[in-house]
Write a protein that binds this ligand. Structure first.
Ligand SMILES: Nc1nc2c(ncn2[C@@H]2O[C@H](COP(=O)(O)OP(=O)(O)OP(=O)(O)O)[C@@H](O)[C@H]2O)c(=O)[nH]1
Ligand SMILES: [Mg+2]
Length: 252
């Protein structure tokens, strides 16, 4: 029988120089029709985002938790820090999203509704019917499409938006994965995590979203991150191949 108790949700927002966005994002999150707690993971943003997060936490006791890290340690490890906190708080669901409004907060109830129908990971997706990316430059669209296709083909990923940072994870999924052993520390963490989730046999679903390019603040994605993503996909596909042909696997 389904549990009648109210499910608890934490929204993890990694931030690095998001002064223009954080306060209005938190306001939109706290105004949602579903109750969510917010975990901000700030990497010592030079623009004072961490102090804004502390003020918001003081203004909304019990709704916002701030994790301060010493410096820019990467998006992937920021997610992991947030996941550990959500697990420690026994949250039923942990949602990740960017601070720059690329991911519409109002879609959160839909992500949760889909998760509650039996999906273990739900992705807010640009690449399923009804989803799209707007206001993005052509090079950015090509990069995103290329990275997605590359990862889907080489890693046999079933989801259509493999690089999306807007995701809802069931807590058990996070508990089943050795989070601290994930190799990728930056943006390619998203592909690696999706690969691990699918390989573990969890059910992955997608909800269409309209992805808006960042309006305020500056992008942190560098050319280096793109090379790292390429490397991540190649590394994982080699691992996949080796596992597929290893005799112990075939015997088992
Ligand atoms: N804590 C933390 N957050 C980060 C780090 N790098 C990026 N972020 C945050 O991760 C989210 C995604 O970063 P973005 O710069 O928006 O990257 P993007 O969405 O791929 O690129 P643009 O939308 O073009 O800016 C934002 O909320 C950033 O502030 C990091 O090293 N540490
Ligand atoms: Mg962004």
């Amino acid at each position: 029988m389904r549990r009648a108790a109210v499910m608890t949700t934490r929204v993890i927002v990694p931030t690095y120089n998001e002064r223009e966005n954080l306060e209005s994002l938190v306001a939109r999150l706290l105004a949602l029709p579903v109750a969510v707690g917010v975990i901000v993971v700030d990497d010592g943003s030079p623009d004072g985002t961490g102090e804004i997060a502390d003020r918001l936490a003081a203004e909304h006791p019990g709704r916002i938790h701030v994790i301060h890290r010493a410096g820019k340690l990467g998006l992937g490890t920021a997610y992991v820090a947030g996941f550990h906190h959500a697990i420690a708080e026994s949250a039923d669901f942990a949602i990740t999203m960017d601070a720059d409004f690329s991911h519409p907060p109002e879609k959160i109830p839909e992500l949760l509704a889909k998760a509650e129908t039996g999906y273990d990971l739900v992705i807010g997706s640009r690449y399923v019917p009804g989803g799209k990316a707007v206001e993005c430059t052509l090079p950015r669209q090509v990069l995103s499409w290329g990275a997605n296709t590359f990862a889907r083909v080489l890693l046999d990923l079933k989801a259509h938006d493999t690089t999306a940072g807007f995701r809802c994870y069931r807590r058990e999924v996070l508990e089943s994965i050795a989070l601290d052993q994930i190799f990728s520390s930056g943006y390619s963490f998203l592909m690696e995590m999706l690969y691990l989730v699918q390989r573990a046999g969890w059910r992955v679903g997608e909800v269409p979203i309209v992805f808006h390019n960042r309006q305020q603040g500056v992008s942190k994605i560098s050319r280096n991150e793109v090379y790292k993503a390429l490397y991540t996909v190649l590394r994982l596909s080699k691992r996949r191949l080796v596992t597929a042909i290893s005799p112990s696997r075939r015997a088992g």
